[in-house]
Design a protein around this ligand. Structure first.
Ligand SMILES: Nc1ncnc2c1ncn2[C@@H]1O[C@H](COP(=O)(O)OP(=O)(O)OP(=O)(O)O)[C@@H](O)[C@H]1O
Ligand SMILES: [Mg+2]
Length: 268
């Protein structure tokens, strides 16, 4: 088995209208607290859609609905032409959606490289039993997973941190490791929750050029981000949430001048 390039992804399963993802009339609640109301949006293949809005607007909640970590109380999620809103998160991941969390959530006791490798379980075929018995197939696959994960770390400028434990890394580096873990799953759609938060200038530039390369390569990104300058620079479209409702959706230059958006968020 040769080492497939990290960029080898499942084909993006766009529907006939060219959209990869449709959210239709989504609502969500935590107990009796309703935090999203009737949110609809569509994402095309190769789009980099940024969701912005004040703290508590429901941005993270929206990503959790898409990745299957939370069930909507109303509405539907269609990915690649099929409903995914009733699937558990691991099956959503197998369909080609992976998420990088706002608080990253790396496993502290294993190395950076091992953390990234865990992202590959989505597509690895050698199961638990064969790994336990160290079958030849499992060993071959593990070395392939190691190589793919190392390649992804290198692409993010973190090759020399591979053997370190997560706590030895800066917060920005930990975020990039979380991103690497999401990317080695070879998603068609990657969900990023504030990937720029806490990054230093050099890391910001590295992430921006990586996102450009990924979308040019056919990857689709749905991203929550507070850093307005970055959003206006990288987004192909911007969606604005305010108290759980979508108040705007359009090109960055249009959103930047939208009176409602400036009043509720950008003007702060
Ligand atoms: N697990 C939870 N249980 C109860 N309420 C929650 C839970 N998670 C979030 N909330 C509440 O739901 C609302 C939306 O939260 P969410 O995390 O989606 O906002 P956000 O837009 O991502 O905010 P931020 O910019 O601060 O990350 C907030 O009022 C928040 O307090
Ligand atoms: Mg959030």
């Amino acid at each position: 088995m040769g080492v497939e390039p990290v960029t080898a992804r499942r084909p993006a399963l766009a529907g006939q209208d060219g959209a990869l993802l449709h959210l239709r009339g989504l609502s969500a609640a935590y107990g009796r607290l309703v935090v999203l109301r009737d949110v609809s949006l569509s994402v095309k293949v190769g789009d980099l859609v940024c969701i912005i809005g004040p703290n508590g607007a429901g941005k993270t909640t929206l990503l959790k609905l898409v990745s299957g970590l939370l069930r909507p109380t109303a509405g539907e999620i269609v990915f690649g032409g099929q409903r995914v809103d009733a699937l558990p998160a691991y099956r959503v991941a197998r369909r080609g959606i992976t998420q990088m969390f706002q608080d990253v959530q790396l496993c502290p006791t294993i190395s950076v490289l091992d953390n990234v490798m865990t992202g590959c379980h989505v597509w690895s075929v050698a199961g638990f039993l064969s790994t336990g018995f160290r079958s030849r197939r499992a060993r071959t696959e593990e070395s392939m997973i190691r190589a793919v994960s190392m390649e992804q770390l290198s692409a993010l400028g973190l090759a020399d941190r591979a053997r370190a434990k997560p706590r030895e890394l800066s917060w920005g580096e930990q975020k990039l490791v979380g991103l690497a873990r999401a990317l080695v799953a070879r998603p068609s759609l990657v969900l990023l929750d504030e990937p720029y938060g806490g990054l230093v200038r050099d890391e910001i530039d590295r992430l921006t050029s990586l996102l450009r390369d990924l979308t040019a390569d056919g990857m689709t990104v749905l991203m929550v981000e507070h850093l307005t300058d970055v959003v206006m620079d990288v987004a192909s479209r911007v969606v604005v949430l305010h108290y759980g409702e979508k108040i705007a959706d359009g090109l960055p230059q249009v959103i930047r001048n939208d009176e409602k958006v400036v009043a509720s968020y950008l003007g702060e």
